[in-house]
Design a binder for this molecule. Sequence first.
Ligand SMILES: [Fe+2]
Length: 315
Amino acid sequence: MSKTIPTLLCSLLICSAAFAQGDNATAGTPSVHTQATFLENGNKIRIRGIGLKQQAKIFFIGDTHFAFADPRDDAYRDNYKRMAQYQAPANALDKLLERAKKGGDLVIFGGDIISFPSQANIDFFLGKAQSLSIPWVYTSGNHDWHFEGMPGSETEIRDAWSHGVMAPMYQGENPMMAVREFKGIKVILIDNGTNQILPEQLEFFKKEIADGKPALLAMHIPLYVSGRGLDFGCGHPDWNAAHDPHYEIERRERWLEAGHTQTTLDFCQAVWNAPNLLGILAGHTHIRSTDFYKGKFQLVAPRGAEGEYLEITIE
Ligand SMILES: [Fe+2]
């Protein structure tokens, strides 16, 4: 069962019932948030009652879609020209950077921060991120590593760029999966920019979630929730070649004929059934939304290109 709350209808949402009582997926295992309260006021979210000793504050931003290029990127002109038409304002991160100066524990850059891996984009992002006074982490979306029309599968292309010129964006972490722990909270980062999950990512998630600590999962593409469209593509039952009208325009590998791999479906199940997972932070749709499923929230951030971000306070 899911509980979908249209953002436009609730400027302030206090939801203790669904959040508190929903997690019964793992019989006999109490959820860490069985007594928690979830309060939403626009892009500000407060979570109370999970027993942290100190307050923790996390910022999540996605989909800034910077599209800078300079002469160093000339070899890829044909590969970036379409997405360069949608250049985001250069000040899209400034509101967040200003806010972070006033305190916070972590900034999560949640994918589609850049629209293609030009050297100009990477340098621009790193300049902004490295000016932050608090720690930051980055996970990729479906665009960050995507120069349109490159040969190879999406997985091969992602591997090449994320381990190549984009490597500094991950600050030495594995681009596919990482974890950052602070104040008793684990933030697990998984790159699902292909809409699919790799076997090593599923194993990583299972291992990291198994210690029972309160955790958040940050990914670019939201997990499928009943009633949501294909932009909630990770685990969506209609995600397959027959429902992929954009692969020619985006000049990328077509979605699989048979749909999601069993690994991706197993990952979705492991996420929704994890008793200590508080919820999921995602982007990709460019539309702010909140869903509840199995006692967990899935927060989708608004479009970062407009300077918006999520501010999550865990009290
Ligand atoms: Fe995206």
